[in-house]
Design a protein. Structure first.
Length: 436
């Protein structure tokens, strides 16, 4: 895609914001184009199209189970919209009370904090100065009283790309009878997952972070968890019989899928999962290692750049950083408007983690909340560059070149103004045309 840049002309867009959303792959686009003309309602029609759509929808459950290494005899895949919805459904379905403790970590995305906090008490494993913790820290928290009912943690950080040692952590939790939940929103598109081998009970993921478009995610968990009790969302499709004072719920997984499902999205999600089969991983992992090393090497050459998080190469190709004297949102704006590079800036829906990575004091956190409450938009944050299988090392090199140029021309900040959304926009208008 060609995008206009400040000063005239266009440049080829470089997408280094894939941790937010990764574009649909060619295989997914083909699967959607193939299914679209035949798409119909599921579960309710006797006609051939409805039967076909139903078969594709139900078949996608098996695909997703296979994708994460779940046993179809014991596990089921539900299709919420995304990881956020998946974790909200799960936190509700576990029937937690205020007496229950959910063990989580300071690394988490808000999607893996807020749903739990609504139902139970949180116990949080904190991070060190590098933004990491060890399995022993989790074990110590597991051994505190009361014993947590649930351990929920991310498979990979969306801020730093850091990968906790899921296998050791899950084993320790299971030995103590604690349900293990993994937020695989970031992990799923970057690493093969085998929940059976790792000892994970429940896993949530989002299609739009692994090569499918928005609107379909997966919640994979034990069948019996979803075969009794009330669902979070209630309505048609989730029931067998309804009167004004009684309801007979459907069996799982229908019970948790009230309303017309996103069949097209689920077909796309299944295509994305199929594309990430065992045969692609060796080359993909090699490519991602090269991207991570290139990212680290480029960022190390930028004057005034401070990296956040661990420097380890064994992480996702993601890096968060600040640039001395340049607000994070201005760095992102200059990368976009002058170099056609897309990155993210802010706190990445992981405020507690970012507070720690930025070494904010308690007073500074309080001010952050006060300012946010008062509608201020120039809040603390950082820049995040993230890459995936569609990224080339030339894209990463372009980032390095652009950041060095930005660091060397702080006076060009005058060409921008801060808008009411907290984004820096060119002081001169008319840069919004996008050419296909
Ligand atoms: C680690 C992590 N968890 C959860 C989410 C939430 O994903 P979604 O917005 O698809 O629900 C994200 C999104 O950035 C994420 O990175």
């Amino acid at each position: 895609m060609q995008v206009p840049v400040l000063g005239g002309g266009t440049r080829t867009y470089v997408d280094l914001d894939t941790a937010a959303t990764s574009p649909a792959s060619a295989a997914v686009a083909r699967a959607v184009a193939d299914f679209l003309p035949r798409y119909s309602s599921v579960h309710r029609g006797a006609g051939a199209r409805s039967q076909y759509a139903s078969a594709r929808y139900e078949g996608a459950r098996d695909t997703l189970l296979g994708f994460v290494g779940a046993d179809p005899a014991t596990h089921v895949a539900l299709f919420p919209r995304n990881t956020t919805e998946a974790l909200n459904v799960l936190a509700f379905r576990l029937g937690l009370t205020r007496d229950d403790v959910v063990l989580t970590t300071a690394v988490e995305h808000h999607a893996n904090l807020l749903p739990w906090r609504r139902h139970a008490r949180l116990r949080v494993v904190d991070v060190d100065a590098a933004g990491t913790f060890g399995p022993e820290d989790v074990i110590a928290a597991l051994d505190q009283r009361p014993v947590p009912r649930v351990l929920t943690l991310t498979g990979a950080s969306n801020v730093t790309g850091w990968l906790p040692d899921l296998g050791r952590i899950a084993t320790a939790a299971r030995e103590r009878g604690v349900l293990v939940v993994v937020d695989a929103a970031q992990l799923a598109g970057h690493r093969p997952i085998d929940i059976t081998a790792l000892g994970i009970d429940v896993l949530a993921l989002s299609g739009h972070k692994m090569g499918a478009p928005y609107g379909a995610g997966a919640l994979v968990g034990p069948r019996d968890l979803f075969s009794s009790g009330e669902p979070l969302l209630v309505g048609g499709g989730a029931v067998r019989a309804v009167s004004f004072d009684d309801v007979v719920w459907a069996d799982g997984p229908d019970r948790d899928e009230a309303g017309s499902p996103n069949v097209l999205g689920v077909v796309a999600l299944a295509a994305a999962a199929e594309e990430l089969g065992p045969e692609v991983w060796p080359a993909l992992l090699g490519h991602e290692r090269a991207l991570t090393a290139a990212l680290d090497a480029e960022l190390a050459t930028v004057p005034g750049l401070r990296r956040l998080g661990p420097g380890t190469v064994d992480r996702l190709p993601v890096a968060a950083f600040t640039l001395a004297g340049v607000p994070h949102a201005l760095v992102a704006a200059r990368l976009s408007h002058e170099h056609a590079i897309g990155v993210r800036s802010g706190c990445f829906c992981a405020h507690p983690y970012m507070s720690r990575l930025l070494s904010l004091t308690e007073d500074e956190v309080r001010r952050f909340h006060r300012d946010a409450g008062a509608g201020r938009v120039d809040l603390p944050g950082a820049v995040r560059a993230s890459a995936n299988r569609g990224t080339s090392t030339a894209d990463v090199a372009a980032l390095g070149t652009a950041l060095r140029a930005i660091a060397g021309t702080p006076e060009d900040a005058d060409r921008y103004r801060l808008d009411e959304h907290g984004q820096y926009v060119p002081a001169a208008p008319s840069l919004t045309v996008v050419r296909g």
